[in-house]
Design a protein around this ligand. Structure first.
Ligand SMILES: N[C@@H](CCC(=O)N[C@@H](CS)C(=O)NCC(=O)O)C(=O)O
Length: 216
């Protein structure tokens, strides 16, 4: 059975839980006390992931780190139709990879602001918020351009692993004091993702709420 090294409040772990649920693939979690235990920095955990980061997935002895890599692996292995990761069309592949890479930009900025505000991590929160707004402007412009051509997802006319990868730390941005109010394309895209069949919640991402407007 698949094992996911997991922390419930981690948006990167949530990407994997959400996608496994969509795929209908059974898994078990191995809880890692990210906070306050900082267990991901221990030698035992670094033997599993020398980067000291969550998530990590163990599929019958194949151990893989990095949320975007895990999403690509799971799609390739468990979604034979290629619905979530079109590897046959070079353009679709390129677009999906481009937005998968962009997900790390969102983690580095929006997630950092949330770690500062919610868990008290010592980092430059103003730089993190500024970086998140720069990333969200790019994302919002792209999503509005997509709407103009009748495509409602990051990499084309259907949801892909790129949407799953970028979603959590955009949805969680208000927890880091980042106001989503002016990003109209983003807000409509967040609502579309929440309406996907097999959507699951995580702490801070709930079905019943519209995206809150955080104070700056
Ligand atoms: N590129 C990695 C980043 C993962 C990441 O930043 N994970 C956080 C938890 S959400 C973490 O473990 N941070 C600890 C650290 O970077 O020291 C991915 O997408 O999986």
């Amino acid at each position: 059975m698949i094992k996911l090294y997991d922390y419930p409040a981690s948006g990167n772990c949530y990407k994997i839980r959400l996608f496994l649920n969509i795929l209908g693939v059974a898994y078990e979690t191995v809880p890692v006390d990210f906070y306050p235990g900082l267990e991901h920095r221990n030698a035992d955990f670094k033997a599993i992931n020398p980067l000291g980061q969550l998530p990590v997935l163990d599929d019958d002895g194949f151990v893989i780190r990095d949320a975007q890599a895990i999403l690509a692996y799971l799609a390739s292995k468990y979604d034979a139709a290629g619905t979530w990761f079109d590897r046959d069309d070079p353009v679709a592949l390129g677009k999906t990879m481009m937005w998968l890479a962009f997900a790390d930009q969102i983690t580095a900025t929006s997630s950092a602001a949330r770690l500062h505000d919610v868990l008290g991590f010592d980092l430059d929160v103003d730089a993190a918020r500024k970086g998140a707004h720069a990333a969200f402007r790019i994302l919002d412009d792209h999503l509005i351009e997509q709407e103009f051509v009748g495509e409602y997802w990051l990499a084309g006319d259907r949801a892909s692993i790129a949407d799953i990868a970028c979603f959590p730390y955009v949805a969680l941005a208000p927890d880091g004091g980042i106001n989503l109010g002016n990003y109209h394309g983003i807000r409509r895209w967040l609502a579309r993702i929440k309406r996907m069949p097999d959507f699951v919640e995580m702490p801070g991402i709930f079905l019943e709420f519209d995206e809150p407007m955080a104070a700056e």
